[in-house]
Design a protein around this ligand. Structure first.
Ligand code: HEM
Length: 242
């Protein structure tokens, strides 16, 4: 039986990001699914505004956490940085070839993410950035929330109405023609937000399947490593700290 050695891999900010992100995504998916099915669930306009408001506040926390993690990719430990996090850097192509050649055996161990893991993270990161940008625009069009809300309110406020006093779902405060222009502008972003939701669910499923598969193959305590920071490896990793 091989003796396993602990490797300090994930630093505290990386672990905090991961679990805060998971919590935010779960809440965003639950609230988003309810908003998406609002009609068939018979939710009132007030109920919709409440759900959207909660979704947007969780969204702000999600974006802030994401921005901190992006900053940490410049400042964190070796495994938190861009070249180990995403499919980037000179080492990626070589590691990808090594990983493919070793498939089916437990011989090749990574301290950081495996090459397919980095591809899944890259896809999730792009989708989370896309959900954040489209979500911020929708927060402006639907609730007049920052950063685009005051611009939208100025655009659609009825003549003589102070844009700062607009309230969602109050048609008498807005100019009908401007609202239909604004809704035409909003439509593709709303559509993209829904596609992004489905794509993100698919990417998360791939990420989870990859974690289960890698854990069964290597048994390096992947999930608890995101709590303790340490992985337990049976051989020297291909990607040691320089
Ligand atoms: C993991 C990230 C996210 C997921 C999975 C997600 C999912 C969803 C879903 C499924 C809907 C319902 C779409 C519809 O009914 O047309 C929705 C609506 C909405 N989302 Fe998100 N969202 C995410 C992030 C965000 C963020 C970061 C914000 C803003 C800060 C945001 C703001 C909104 C708004 C304002 C709506 C209402 C728009 C509407 O009713 O069409 N979302 N979201």
């Amino acid at each position: 039986m091989s003796v396993r050695k602990p490797y300090a891999v994930w630093d505290a900010p990386t672990r905090a990001f991961h679990w805060i992100n998971l919590l935010c995504v779960l809440l965003l998916v639950a609230l988003g699914t309810t908003i998406l099915n609002g009609k068939s669930l018979g939710i009132s306009n007030d109920g919709k505004v409440l759900l959207k408001t909660l979704h947007v506040w969780v969204g702000y926390a999600f974006i802030l956490n994401l921005l901190v993690r992006i900053g940490w990719a410049f400042a964190g430990n070796h495994y938190a940085r861009w070249a180990q996090w995403l499919p980037l850097g000179r080492s990626f192509a070589a590691q990808w070839r090594q990983w493919r050649a070793s498939r089916g055996t437990a011989a090749l161990e990574f301290a950081g993410h495996t090459p397919p893991g980095r591809i899944a993270i890259g896809a999730m990161l792009l989708l989370m950035i896309s959900q954040s940008t489209t979500g911020l625009l929708l927060a402006g069009t639907d609730l007049y929330y920052p950063p685009f809300g005051s611009w939208i309110a100025e655009w659609i406020a009825a003549p003589g109405v102070d844009p700062a006093t607009l309230v969602p779902y109050q048609p008498d405060l807005v100019d009908a023609a401007a609202v239909s222009e604004m809704r035409a502008m909003r439509k593709p972003y709303a559509q993209f937000h829904v596609w992004g939701f489905y794509a993100l669910l698919a990417a998360v499923a791939v990420h989870l399947a990859g974690v289960i598969w890698a854990e069964r193959r290597h048994g390096s305590a992947l999930v608890s490593a995101m709590i303790t920071g340490r992985k337990w490896l049976a051989s020297d990793p291909v990607d040691p700290k320089p």
